[in-house]
Design a protein around this ligand. Structure first.
Ligand code: GRF
Length: 192
């Protein structure tokens, strides 16, 4: 493994729409000396996203981008990313699908975390669907982003066992814990 000491961290942005627990976790990791990214920017499409509070807490710049017009929102974001010399993007609960045109600017440099064992259960309401189907296992996946929903190459996955006592809520909690483990691990895997 390459040593990071003396090497520059990859300047990164995290895109969110909601709670931001993955964002917070990634910020904590990025503050470690030997973690390969620094988080320079938080982008949210929702001005009320709870995760935006980590901008103040950790002194990281934030931008709120209105996606009413998707194309111009992406153009705005690209400009900001260029200006801030961002080379890597982590999507963490970001509820918009980025276009081919946007992604081609960051080929192999945009990753996402999804709360299921992809390719199973793409899309929304994952946990409720998993419980309804009486699955024995679920989990989470970190993958490269393409313009197709939750479909890019898988970087890392972790499984969790579902018990008869689990609800969509308890499963969400269990899986989030694993998410906080594999998201940083996947970043290390591809950038170290
Ligand atoms: C996570 O379950 C993630 O897998 C999914 O959206 C949720 C975001 O949670 N893409 P948080 O905002 O990071 O707490």
């Amino acid at each position: 493994m390459k040593k990071l000491i003396g090497l520059k961290k990859t300047r990164s942005a995290v895109f969110i729409s909601g709670t931001g627990s993955n964002l917070k976790n990634l910020i904590k990791f990025s503050n470690k000396k030997n973690f390969p990214i620094s988080i320079e920017l938080i982008i949210s499409n929702k001005k009320k996203a709870n995760g935006l509070k980590y901008s103040n807490e950790y002194k990281i710049k934030k931008k709120i981008i209105n996606f009413k017009n998707h194309k111009s929102a992406e153009t705005k974001i690209l400009k900001i990313l260029l200006k801030k010399k961002i080379n890597f993007i982590c999507l963490a609960g970001f509820m918009k699908i980025l276009s081919k045109n946007f992604i081609k600017n960051f080929r192999g440099k945009i990753i996402n975390i999804h709360p299921s064992l992809l390719p199973k259960y793409k899309g929304l309401n994952t946990h409720a669907r998993v419980i309804k189907n009486k699955e024995n296992f679920s989990g989470c996946t970190v993958h490269f982003v393409t313009s197709k929903l939750d479909a890019g190459k898988i970087i890392m996955q972790e499984k969790v066992k579902i018990t008869s006592k689990d609800s969509a809520f308890s499963l969400k909690r269990k899986i989030l814990k694993k998410e906080h483990k594999i998201y940083p691990a996947a970043i290390r895997k591809i950038l170290n």
